[in-house]
Design a protein. Sequence first.
Length: 379
Amino acid sequence: MDKSIDRRQFVRDGALLVAGAAAGSAVGAETKAEPDSRTILNYHPDMRYRRLGKTGLMLSEISIGGHWRNRGASFIGFATDEVPADVAKHRTAVVSAAIDAGMNYLDITTAGECLAYGAALKGRREKMIVGADDHRLCPRNPANRTVPAQIKNVDECLRRLKTDYLDIWRVQACQAGGHPDSEVAVWIEAYQKIHQAGKAKHFGISAHARPWIQHIVETFPEVEMVIFPCTAKTREKGLPPTKENIEEGNMPKEWSSDHSKSIFQSVREKNVGLVTIKPFIGGQLFPPLGPEGPAPGVGNKQENDLARLTLQCVLANEAITAIVPGMDTMYQVENAARASYKRVLGMTPRQQAWLAEVTDRQWNNLPEHYQWLRDWEVV
């Protein structure tokens, strides 16, 4: 019979254990030895891979976000939990292209995504590192902020994915953060039980609130990875401009005088893996999707170039492990992969100027529901 667990004691004891493991990982990381390609899932010689902090997992720096844009069925959920045949075919083609391109991480946040990617991974579950959570069962709803509720959250993800385990349970906090430490301790207690049952190997948290997620990184060593937004506008506090980040060099000197601690510094110091979302400003970087759905075939060259250069710009930050853009077609997968393949070549001045112009124009026209992204300009 399990003994009653005092949450404060659990967090304190767990902190000591994980801190020791993190210290060991950090010592090994200082050597910066090239990883053995034979140990990297779906290894492709042109793709770059980065270590996901204290998890030790090697992720492709371009990976798969669970969302997609299309006509018809939504990625939120499906009636009676049945995946429409066209959705299963659609996502299977995208996952196949991702595997061929050397991608190896899949980030999932809804019941519909669990179902769709469960179908896409049928017979090849071992080909993807999967991080998942269900936004309807996660702690964003106050009714779900208990250990049993979060165990159910993971169980439902597993059922819909038709798998026995998650590589990462990446629980979704409220987008604005704000959860007290006592609630985070509940999630950690739930993870301990889930982990002991063999249902999840690693633990992470996603949020859109910068101060809160930085507090989590600084406070809870049990958190192995975090997920938050980064765009081509995002720059790190206190660092001089870099040639790769097009925005830093364009900012007035007084804007760059903030030397307070950056969240990227916290991530590095705590050896926490970082997966970033919203590289395309929530899709606002591109023209609205028409009723015909995503462009067929290879798509629009200008949009492809814009997507690829944006990803290259974000990846200039070495604190980031991977970006997970949503991708609609196999051609978008191939284009995104080229952001990693060609990153060593850098950008021409003309490409930098064009990317800066388009990004600024779209940034200055953010709709109301994406104004919060402005909080992620200087972090």
